[in-house]
Write a protein that binds this ligand. Structure first.
Ligand SMILES: [Zn+2]
Length: 250
């Protein structure tokens, strides 16, 4: 990003504020926001202002988007990039919000050349190079998942191509250490799911390493201590990647 972007951002920050009332009501129920230091909160607010200026929200399915909704989504989307910066979300602009879960049509041609078509019901979707699509109901009312962090973690993963659970790692990070930690945790998790064991994370995380990365990213921010206890090696890697130590905030 060049000087023009920096200049624009400076101007946006000079001219915009998040109203205290809107911030408070958007952050209500988001425990991880309350744990941030004052400096971190200030930084997050600035990111949210820039995020709202640079991304385009669109309501779908008859929803009327309010400032509170936009801020609530922006707050959660910006937490993962608090120490990375908004450029990690560049290359796309749209955020589409449905009132509830939404249907998408899928199709796939199998090895025999037969076309399969079906409908999926989703709470969120991140399209490569395209928008993030969210269910407001899931974003606001489902405490068991954090669909916003989930989809935005996919966006970070997609920065390095086909989503595979490996976002672009920083200089000085050890790719092998990441792969060993991710793979170890993922394989152990898949085994537990296969054996029908009750799992701490959503069994959906067993679908693919990219899903595991998105789900463990939710846990990293929402339940950092438990994440660190269960997956110490992966927690360490996530800490290096996100440049945050959420467990230390508690
Ligand atoms: Zn996902």
């Amino acid at each position: 990003m060049g000087w023009l972007t920096n200049w624009r951002r400076k101007r946006v920050l000079q001219r915009h504020r998040v109203e205290d009332g809107v911030w408070r009501s958007a952050a209500r129920g988001l425990g991880f926001i309350e744990k941030l230091s004052e400096a971190e909160t200030e930084k997050l607010k600035q990111l949210v202002i820039l995020f709202l200026a640079e991304k385009q929200f669109a309501g779908a399915g008859g929803i009327d988007l309010t400032d509170r909704m936009r801020v609530c989504i922006a707050v959660q989307a910006c937490l993962p990039i608090l120490e990375l910066g908004l450029d990690w979300y560049s290359g796309w602009t749209g955020i589409v919000v449905y009132p509830g879960d939404f249907r998408v049509q899928r199709s796939e041609v199998d090895e025999a050349g037969v076309l399969h078509e079906w409908d999926d019901e989703l709470a969120g979707e991140a399209m490569p190079g395209g928008p993030v699509v969210l269910s407001w109901d899931a974003a606001a009312n489902d405490p068991s998942i954090n669909v916003v962090i989930h989809e935005f973690a996919h966006k970070l993963d997609m920065l390095s191509g086909e989503p595979n659970g490996v976002p672009p790692l920083h200089a000085g990070m050890d790719r092998r250490a990441w792969l060993v930690a991710l793979d170890g945790a993922y394989q152990g998790f898949c085994d537990a799911v296969e054996r029908g064991k009750e799992t701490w994370l959503d069994p959906y995380a067993a679908e693919h390493p990219s899903e595991f990365f998105a789900v463990i990213s939710e846990a990293f921010f929402q339940e950092p201590k438990e994440t660190r206890r269960r997956y110490p090696d992966l927690y360490e890697q996530l800490k290096l990647f996100y440049r945050q130590d959420p467990a230390a905030r508690l």
